[in-house]
Design a protein around this ligand. Structure first.
Ligand code: NAP
Length: 534
């Protein structure tokens, strides 16, 4: 704790030094603001700092999962694979921190324990485990998936072996050589980790509550010619990305055709082609996958057919086969996930009907049967989008708690501001496209909007900006109405908070990046319509 932090008043405190917080700091400095970042981790990188589990890799292709704000940076940095692995992305984050000399204004190992709006001083007061910060503005750059979900299993503390969570993996790595490993969960993290852990360990038992659809990523070394090609037209391609509903380009063009109307031949040809190309392009072969149940079922059945082809044992294949709506939960990409279950030392345990009963010293118990393990990997996900914000005990005007304001689900205006919480911005907050997009362009759009807004306030001599309750209420209605046009609200996904017992069921992200950006631009141009500026 340095003395200036204790008594210091900054223009802006940014919480989080992931991709959002780093760029926010850089932009604030450029705009002449005095800003400091507080970060609970010991380094930069956010999600890529914590998620170091074996096989951790970005599902968005490297040429697109990168900053665009500095053309020199994007020209100079060389990516090595089609999809970057966690170590490479973390190296990139560290390179960015060094290149723009960000670390001098980042306070690492600093956790925000409380954040209170002081109406008299018109400042935020942030209580951290390393001192108090005061600032006119706070930017919550805390990430959408940054508080782990750790289900409580009876007897968990009696387990004699080591336990790990994919979302807070040890930095020194884990050697599973010769061990019996239990993995709980089959979401994106598990689907990436399972094939790699299976290669290392002596025996692997996977506890699956809900099977997931997964499509091959088809990762490979990045062709230098392809990288050069991207760099030769980066400006145009970045602009094109922003015109896409998920702010990313696919290897094959998105199609607006309706799956249910395709002939058998045409459907099979198109789906096979996209399965072979791999990645999210698979989900863009038809325009109605998340809009029409019949079309969705047709695409889901195609993937079920693939699982049956890949998995040798029909009983295991049946257990691995999902019957819910495809792409309703966050789609998964894999490298030899289903194939892994053909290996003799890999076992799948269905816990959909009979949940995990308890954990004992020797392993995991289901339906009275003990599955021995030397190590347990919890791949059980996150309290997404709201967990980290609520954990910070934020209180706004008149001491109103964010937890109370969000009692019936998160309420924001544009996913950027919250009524009753002046001068508090959220980057990729609930109510913005965030997790339904390529996160880095989404982050850049928010950071740039916030930066311009702060300049505007400074020029006007205004001290506060705050979402108006009516604007917030209509925005919440708008997000719900857009989500209701899709199949998203029909399944138990973390997008809805359905993975956390007791969490209010509300669809949190807003589908569709380009129309969202248009609204943000329009609001700013229209004198920050829906915000009270004073
Ligand atoms: P997740 O998708 O929420 O998966 C958690 C898994 O744990 C699910 O299979 C869930 O089963 C299971 N689970 C939770 N509680 C359980 C319990 N009490 N008993 C048994 N099983 C339980 O979490 P995740 O895999 O960490 O992924 C979260 C998100 O992070 C992804 O959707 C994605 O957005 C992001 N991510 C991205 C990448 C990437 O870009 N490469 C990689 C990893 C993660 P149910 O389905 O039945 O709830």
């Amino acid at each position: 704790m340095s003395s200036e932090d204790v008594a210091g008043v900054h223009d802006v405190v940014v919480v989080g030094a992931g991709f959002a917080g780093m760029f926010m700091l850089h932009r604030l400095r450029e705009l002449g603001f005095d800003a400091v970042v507080v970060e609970r981790a010991g380094g930069v990188g956010g999600t890529w700092y914590w998620n170091r589990y074996p096989g951790a890799r970005c599902d968005v292709e490297s040429m697109q999962y990168s900053y665009s704000f500095d053309p020199q940076l994007e020209q100079e940095w060389e990516w090595s694979e089609r999809y970057s692995g966690q170590p490479e992305i973390l190296r990139y984050a560290n390179h960015v921190a060094d290149r723009y000399d960000l670390r001098r204004d980042i306070r690492f190992d600093t956790t925000v324990e409380q954040a209170d709006w002081d109406d008299e001083a018109r400042q935020w007061l942030l209580l951290t485990d390393r001192g108090v910060y005061r600032a006119r503005f706070v930017v919550m750059a805390t990430g959408c998936l940054s508080t782990t979900n750790e289900p409580v299993f009876e007897g968990a503390q009696t387990f004699a072996g080591a336990t790990y969570h994919t979302g807070s993996w040890p930095h020194e790595g884990v050697d599973f050589g010769g061990q019996s490993v239990a993995v709980i969960g089959t979401g994106s993290s598990a689907i990436q980790a399972i094939p790699v852990i299976a290669e290392e360990c002596a025996a692997l038992t996977v506890f699956q509550r809900t099977p997931n659809y997964s499509v091959p990523a088809r990762n490979q070394p990045l062709d230098p010619a392809e990288q050069a090609d991207w760099k030769a037209s980066y400006r145009e391609r970045r602009a094109e990305m922003l015109d896409q509903r998920a702010a990313m380009l696919q290897r094959l063009p998105d199609s607006e055709d309706l799956a249910k109307e395709a002939t058998e031949d045409e459907f099979a040809r198109r789906m096979e082609e996209r399965w072979a190309v791999g990645g999210f392009t698979f989900y863009r072969g038809y325009g109605d996958i998340v809009f029409d149940a019949e079309s969705n079922e047709r695409i889901a059945a195609f993937v079920r057919g693939k699982i049956a082809d890949i998995v040798d044992d029909p009983e295991v294949a049946a257990l691995l086969t999902p019957h819910n709506t495809i792409a309703c939960k966050r789609p998964c990409l894999d490298t030899r996930y289903y194939e892994t279950f053909n290996q003799p030392h890999v076992r799948l345990v269905d816990v959909s009907q009979t949940p995990i009963e308890r954990i004992c010293a020797a392993g995991v118990v289901v339906d009275g049967q003990e599955y021995p393990a030397d190590a347990i990997v919890y791949a059980t996900g996150f309290d997404a989008m709201t967990g980290t914000l609520l954990r910070m005990n934020i209180t706004g005007r008149s001491g109103r708690r964010l937890a109370d304001h969000w009692d019936a689900g998160p309420r924001t205006y544009l996913g950027l501001g919250i009524a009753g919480f002046p001068n508090l911005f959220t980057v990729s907050g609930p109510g913005s496209p965030s997790v339904l997009t390529n996160m880095i362009p989404s982050i850049e759009q928010h950071v740039e909007w916030i930066g311009r807004c702060l300049v505007e306030l400074r020029e006007r001599g205004a001290a506060t900006i705050e979402a108006e309750p009516d604007a917030e209420a209509s925005w919440v209605d708008h997000v719900n109405a857009v989500a209701d046009l899709t199949l998203y609200p029909t399944c138990n996904s973390w997008y809805l908070g359905a993975n956390i017992p007791g969490k209010t069921r509300v669809f949190m992200p807003l589908p569709g990046f380009p129309p969202y950006v248009e609204v943000c631009e329009d609001v700013a141009a229209d004198n920050y319509r829906g915000f009270a500026v004073a």
